[in-house]
Design a protein around this ligand. Structure first.
Ligand SMILES: [Zn+2]
Length: 273
């Protein structure tokens, strides 16, 4: 049965049929013909963890990036930022895949996890009883299929950043961008520097952060199994929700820019002025 589902997913993914999505707002500043919304696909099609993802393809070729939110269902700014990108992005080049509510059951319940921490279910197992393993397997399969240049994982942290975070590889803080590799890659350092130019000086500024390797986590599997660049953005849950979403948007869009995707996005949604 699961094999059938996977084949079905594969068939869906290989379709080149375009269709309209209710998420596309044609009055929101997209100029006709400048981008193509390719399709909406699903993880867990016909299962109770079924969740959509959105594939955008610009008119010009370019890099491929995956952006995911909602790995932890109570980190709400992560999927709100993804929703905003799905609604307003005008992609001119390359490919962008957005998975707003990766763990949709946890998102619906506004809880970190349902059976156990989905972010600890990697690389996954399609035959496992718990959906978290099946979902992780499908995510890995997507990554292996499209071989993106970059995967950005959006999360939120309960602990505010302080200088002691610099020597703590076992905990997530807001505001940080996590790598499981040291020394930090130039892409990471440059991206964090440039996103901070758009963010008020002080608590909202992002810091690069080393988080020790965990064989079961999504980030480490993307990086170590596939050799794909991947970083996890953590913003602080103590800030107000509008600013949390802005901070996530600024980080996601900065990474898109740094790997060479060309796009436009309404500046008012990411402005702190
Ligand atoms: Zn998280």
């Amino acid at each position: 049965m699961r094999k059938v589902k996977l084949v079905l997913l594969l068939l869906l993914f290989s379709q080149s049929v375009s269709f309209s999505s209710p998420f596309i707002d044609t009055t929101s500043g997209s100029e006709n013909g400048q981008y193509t919304f390719v399709r909406q696909d699903y993880f867990g099609l016909y299962t109770d963890y079924e969740t959509p993802f959105f594939v955008f393809k610009g008119a010009k070729p370019g890099p491929v990036m995956i952006l995911d939110g909602g790995i932890h269902g109570d980190e709400i700014a992560s999927y709100m930022a993804c929703d905003s990108i799905v609604k307003y992005i005008n992609l001119l080049s390359g490919t962008l895949i957005v998975i707003p509510r990766t763990n949709i059951q946890a998102c619906k319940q506004n809880t970190r996890e349902v059976n156990f921490d989905f972010n600890h279910a990697f690389p996954g197992d399609l035959k496992a009883d718990l959906y978290e393993y099946q979902l992780a397997y499908e995510f890995m399969w997507l990554v292996d299929s499209v071989k993106p240049d970059l995967i950005i994982n959006l999360h939120e942290a309960r602990t505010k950043w302080s200088p002691k975070a610099l020597t703590d590889p076992d905990k997530a803080y807001g505001q940080i961008v996590i790598s499981c590799l040291q020394p930090f890659e130039e892409l990471l350092v440059r991206s964090v520097d440039n996103m901070n130019k758009k963010i008020p000086v002080g608590d909202y500024q992002y810091h690069t952060h080393y988080y020790s390797v965990r064989e079961y986590s999504s980030l480490d599997n993307f990086v170590l199994k596939f050799g794909i660049k991947s970083y996890t953005v953590e913003s602080f849950r103590g800030f107000n929700i509008d600013d949390r979403v802005k901070l996530q948007l600024i980080a996601a869009l900065q990474f898109m820019e740094e790997i060479g995707l060309e796009f436009s996005f309404p500046p008012g949604l990411i402005s702190f002025q």
